[in-house]
Design a protein around this ligand. Structure first.
Ligand code: AMP
Ligand code: MG
Length: 342
């Protein structure tokens, strides 16, 4: 047996090489992090190792930001009684970028909406409809302008009684950071699917664009609204169908209107944002859902510098896409998408 081993090995190596000549090495892994299933698909040399590093990075970010974990930096900020809290570079970078997006969206995105998220039971799964007085008392606690980052960005503080969470932006930032790391390591092709957030590095290994299915909120995401083609971009969707409960025939979802401390009712059932920066896409998907279709379209027209495109699905099932998607969004059969012009 032993005598034949080298020959067998040589044969195996030859088969492997033949395989490599036809297609690139690849790694595909599934992990559970940030409350969702994630899949990491990496192509090219060192794919296996880079996918493993990407998973490590996600777990590290989760440890920094898990709002319910007493060891996390966000937990520390929420329980510091107004004192300064030291931040890791990633937390500081995300808070800085996210605060700018809170301001840009006029507070439709508000990182301090957490007391409302909790009051409706979304943190525990013990869902309830809070009384009006309870919600009125929460509204003054939602105010991102009271979150302070010191000049060097290495510390932050939040007034006692207020709480923040990064649920609206964490996965988008994670995708953007991983894409940056993968590109720096020389990866030319990868697709990261982090819950409702898709992040592409480059194109598919054969050079064609990635084809991403957009879920149809009317069918609780079980069917596709259409397919969008992307290269090197993020595709992020926020939808009322992603996390919700029903009581007395009404559906209540996890995206809060900071003005009412209640689920946002802007008439939309989902918002997809496509663009180069995953953090921007994630922040905007949440904020534009809060704004509703008309304000979302105006926001898009007012901010061409963000270079994002939108798919807006209304509660009545109608779909609108922004003009830049005309050539790369393929609606599902029978679906008509109206075009929002600049
Ligand atoms: P997303 O799925 O990206 O739209 O983020 C939704 C999550 O962000 C929720 O589960 C909450 O944790 C948090 N959140 C809810 N409403 C808001 C809001 N208006 N601004 C910022 N974060 C929010
Ligand atoms: Mg978001």
């Amino acid at each position: 047996m032993r005598k034949h081993a080298p020959a067998a090995l040589a044969l195996a190596a030859a088969l492997l090489l033949a395989g490599c000549a036809q297609e690139q090495p690849s790694a595909s892994s599934q992990i559970f992090a940030m409350d969702t299933v994630m899949s990491l698909e990496v192509y090219g040399d060192g794919a296996e190792e880079r996918a493993a590093q990407a998973a490590e990075t996600i777990y590290r970010l989760e440890d920094l930001w898990d709002v319910t974990d007493e060891g996390s930096e966000i937990w520390a900020l929420d329980h510091s009684g107004g004192a300064w809290v030291d931040l890791s570079p990633e937390t500081a970078e995300l808070l800085d970028q996210a605060l700018a997006l809170c301001a840009l969206t006029d507070g439709a995105l508000d990182l301090t909406a957490y007391p409302a998220v909790r009051a409706w039971g979304f943190t525990t799964g013990d869902y309830r409809v809070p009384a009006r007085e309870e919600l009125e008392a929460l509204v003054p606690l939602i105010d991102y302008t009271r979150l302070e980052l010191d000049a060097a960005g290495a510390r932050a503080r939040l007034p006692e009684g207020m709480e923040l969470d990064l649920g609206a932006v964490a996965k988008g930032y994670a995708g953007a950071l991983l894409a940056r790391q993968l590109r720096e390591a020389g990866t030319a092709s990868a697709l990261l699917s982090l819950g409702g957030n898709i992040q592409a590095v480059g194109a598919r290994p054969d050079g064609s664009p990635w084809r991403i299915a957009i879920q149809d909120p009317a069918q609780d995401g079980q069917a596709a609204l259409g397919v969008v083609e992307i290269v090197d971009q993020a595709v992020v969707t926020s939808g009322g169908y992603q996390r919700y409960f029903e009581e007395d025939g009404t559906r209540y979802w996890h995206i809060m209107d900071p003005d009412t401390a209640a689920p946002a009712r802007g008439g939309l059932s989902s918002v997809t944002v496509i663009g180069a920066d995953g953090t921007v896409c994630d922040a905007l998907s949440t904020a534009l859902f809060v704004m509703g279709a008309e304000r979302a379209a105006d926001f898009w027209r007012d901010h061409p510098e963000l270079e994002v495109e939108l798919i807006l699905t209304a509660e009545d099932g109608s779909v609108q896409i922004t003009q830049g998607l005309e050539d790369c969004f393929e609606p599902a059969q029978g679906l008509e998408a109206a075009v929002i012009a600049p």
